[in-house]
Write a protein that binds this ligand. Structure first.
Ligand code: BDR
Ligand code: CA
Length: 326
């Protein structure tokens, strides 16, 4: 068994919450910190949501507040129609929430990576501002992290290049400057974008089975996904939700379920296609100086979605079997 020590950099967010539940329950994952970032809601809201999720599913894991805005742009306007006014599907919540760790997210990342050289996985499922700030603060961490796994971008494998603009996926669009910095640093980066997340659909039946068979976590996933499923239906995706952020978490523990393509990735930072991710595949030999000077990333271009979904269900159900009977 390989233990993955993860800092989960997140903008919860309904699918962020679903991915957090998986990490909290997977036996090979040790969550060492949850860092918040603006994105699906403003930073106060995503941080409050991270605190709520930690208290309910990952007690004792530090929650550290991150960036309120992208590196070079104002904070985006709220998007309550996707994740709800509270960023978490407007479910009923009981109980309070824990206390924030007093540090800033990017400093927490640097300190934790330096304290555990070669061991920390940065799993980033929101705009990449905190990771870019960590690199700017201490570029040396790039050789000290175990790996970086990102949910973001799209490489047009099944046609899609974006979901918030025709050219940009939301996390890339949220901070394209940060994303281009992160993909250019000399660390091991893997990217799960829309090419695989659109192939990995948690259907209504799948979610209902979790509700009925996977204990408290399964009921939570059902409850929190109701709002998201309505949003998907409005967008023409009926009968389920895309497993965006969970796909990146699944990649960490089950990369054999993914086909990847290697090559440097650039992110357009200006113009109508800002946030567009463009990879130069290793098989392309034509010179492209804007790519050729940069390290290769692994972009996911295929997925065994059934296996990835089975992993999610099994992880939650195994935990449910261990829960005390009510
Ligand atoms: C990504 O954008 C956010 O809305 C989701 O949480 C996910 O991280 C999908 O494009
Ligand atoms: Ca997210």
């Amino acid at each position: 068994m390989t233990l993955h020590k993860i800092i989960y950099d997140t903008d919860p967010g309904i699918d962020d919450a679903i991915a957090l539940v998986f990490q909290a329950l997977h036996p090979d994952i040790e969550l060492v910190g949850i860092t918040s970032v603006f994105g699906n809601a403003d930073i106060d809201t995503t941080t409050a949501n991270a605190l709520y999720l930690a208290q309910r599913f990952a007690p004792g894991v530090p929650v550290v507040r991150g960036a309120a805005a992208p590196l070079r742009r104002p904070a985006p306007l709220p998007i309550p129609h996707i994740h709800g006014k509270d960023g978490l599907g407007e479910i009923e919540r009981d109980g309070g929430s824990g206390k924030e760790d007093g540090r800033e997210a990017h400093r927490f990342m640097v300190e934790t990576v330096r304290a555990h050289p070669g061991e920390i996985t940065l799993l980033a499922v929101g705009p990449l501002t905190n990771l870019a700030l960590a690199l700017l603060l201490d570029p040396g961490i790039a050789t000290l992290v175990r790996e970086v796994v990102v949910m973001g971008g799209a490489f047009g494998i099944h046609g899609a290049l974006g979901n918030v603009t025709p050219a940009a996926e939301a996390n890339m669009h949220g901070d394209p400057d940060a994303a281009d910095i992160v993909f250019g640093a000399p660390w091991k980066v893997s990217i799960a974008g829309l090419d695989v997340t659109h192939e990995t659909v948690m259907t209504t039946a799948f979610l209902a089975a979790l509700r009925d068979n996977a204990g408290d976590a399964g009921r939570f996933v059902w409850d929190v996904s109701r709002f998201y499923e309505r949003f998907h239906a409005e967008e023409g995706v009926t009968g389920g939700i895309y497993a965006h952020d969970y796909s990146a978490a699944a990649f960490v523990v089950a990369r054999e379920c993914y086909v990847t393509r290697r090559g440097p990735v650039r992110v357009l930072t200006e113009g109508i296609a800002a946030g567009l991710t463009v990879q130069k595949p290793a098989s392309m030999h034509a010179p492209a100086p804007e790519w050729d000077t940069r390290p290769a990333c692994d972009a996911c271009i295929g997925v065994d979605a059934d296996a990835v979904l089975e992993l999610f269900a099994a992880t939650l159900s195994n935990q449910a079997r261990a829960e005390p009977l009510a």
